[in-house]
Ligand binder design. Structure first.
Ligand code: PLP
Length: 395
């Protein structure tokens, strides 16, 4: 069985392109040419060079002595937090801006939750000299203000979205609406492995550099290319897709995806899609979604804006139903504790999203010889307010 998408963008029964007719021209253009462009030697060379010289790749694979001691396993941290702009998002935005230029697009739109994808998009637009508009839920604008300021300084226009619960889902709706109205000059840089085909496959390919590097780095450090576990948090699922990608077909590598349980899976305030969700269509693809019995989207909740999304990408829905990946969830509190622990033991302040992956270390019974890679998808600068509130509350 393949865990990659087929040429229609299906992962098993999930994926595809469920789009209104008005979106056909944009999406068809991408479907028809994305592979030929991004697989060409000339594209790959430019992409690789920018990842290295501009984003700072390869990101280090760091052996954590102290977490290894504590969890009684060999724990490695994949340091996506050290990338330019502070997360894995830059891998995808570099890829998509190169694609947009080759398609002759002059205007870029994006959605953002925590603001990491918005900043990464505004960054590559500044470099490319392209107009950039970022849709962001009004609640996220309020709770991620440092990233809003950065986007503005980078020359992007940030458009707050006041519909729904004013977070990522609503920003995505607005970006799709914009794209429908601007089919000729605009490219939509989607930030995760969600949306209609070809986005899930395209974004996964751009992020797959993460697992490509892990293989090389593990071989160097341990003499073996494959770990026993790869652990990553899942919002839409792009950092997890990148960290899993080159291990998907090797069943000896256990893949652990960690969702946000918010205030608890059964609290009514959570974003644990696989625990609560059912098959449905959102933002152009068929996947697992949090919805009411009559198909209305249930508003998600997580303290972490990057995980505050009611669905997961179709690749992950398929990994879940085929049991290729194990899905765990961590609450706000568990993530906050894990973030503080990493900070105090290793001097690394992780993003609140990444802290969900770290929290999973508490939930797994490792053997001492297990090699475990945790993807630290981003750094915690943007989350200092949440961290300080937590820190003061436990003192
Ligand atoms: C956006 C973001 C996420 C969640 O998005 P995925 O597509 O699931 O990776 C996770 N971590 C960080 C640091 C982010 O910025």
């Amino acid at each position: 069985m393949s865990y990659q998408s087929d040429d229609k963008g299906y992962y098993g029964t999930f994926g595809g392109a469920f789009i209104p007719e008005m979106m056909y021209p944009n999406v068809h253009q991408l479907q028809n040419c994305y592979l030929e462009i991004i697989e060409s030697d000339e594209f790959r060379q430019e992409f690789k060079q920018l990842l290295r010289d501009y984003a700072g790749r390869p990101s280090p694979l760091y052996y954590s002595d102290r977490l290894s001691d504590h969890y009684n396993a060999k724990i490695y941290l994949k340091r996506e937090d050290l990338n330019h702009t502070g997360s894995h998002k830059i891998n995808n935005t570099i890829g998509q801006i190169l694609l947009a230029k080759r398609l002759g697009k002059t205007r870029i739109i994006a959605e953002t939750g925590a603001g990491q994808h918005g900043v990464a998009t505004a960054t590559v637009c500044a470099r490319a000299g392209l107009e950039c508009i970022v849709y962001m839920g009004a609640l996220d604008v309020a709770r991620q203000s440092p990233n809003v300021e950065k986007m503005k300084m980078l020359g992007a226009e940030v458009r707050p979205v006041y519909s729904g619960n004013k977070t990522l889902k609503d920003a995505t709706n607005e970006a799709i609406r914009d794209w429908i109205n601007n089919p000729v000059d605009t490219h939509y840089i989607l930030g995760s492995v969600v949306g209609p085909h070809p986005y899930p496959d395209m974004v996964a390919r751009f992020q797959s550099v993460i697992s490509e590097e892990i293989r090389v780095q593990l071989l160097e450090k341990t003499g073996k290319e494959t770990p026993d576990y790869v652990i990553a948090c899942v919002g839409g699922g792009s950092n997890a897709a990148g960290a899993f990608y080159h291990f998907l077909d090797d069943p000896s590598v256990k893949l652990i995806a960690v969702e946000a349980a918010g205030k608890g899976v059964d609290s009514g305030e959570s974003a644990a899609t696989t625990q609560l969700g059912h098959t449905g269509v959102l933002h152009g693809s068929k996947s697992l979604l949090m919805q009411t019995p009559d198909g209305q989207i249930v508003e998600p909740y997580s303290l972490s804006a990057g995980l505050d999304y009611p669905g997961i990408g179709p690749m992950h829905a398929n990994l879940f139903v085929t049991k290729r990946a194990q899905f765990l969830s961590a609450t706000d509190d568990e993530a906050l504790r894990a973030a503080l622990y990493l900070t105090q033991k290793e001097g690394i302040i992780p993003a609140l999203e990444s802290a969900h992956a770290l929290a999973a270390l508490e939930m797994i019974d490792f053997k001492p010889e297990d090699v475990v890679v945790v993807n630290v998808s981003g750094r915690g600068d943007k989350d200092m307010e949440a961290y300080l509130n937590y820190y003061q509350s436990i003192k």
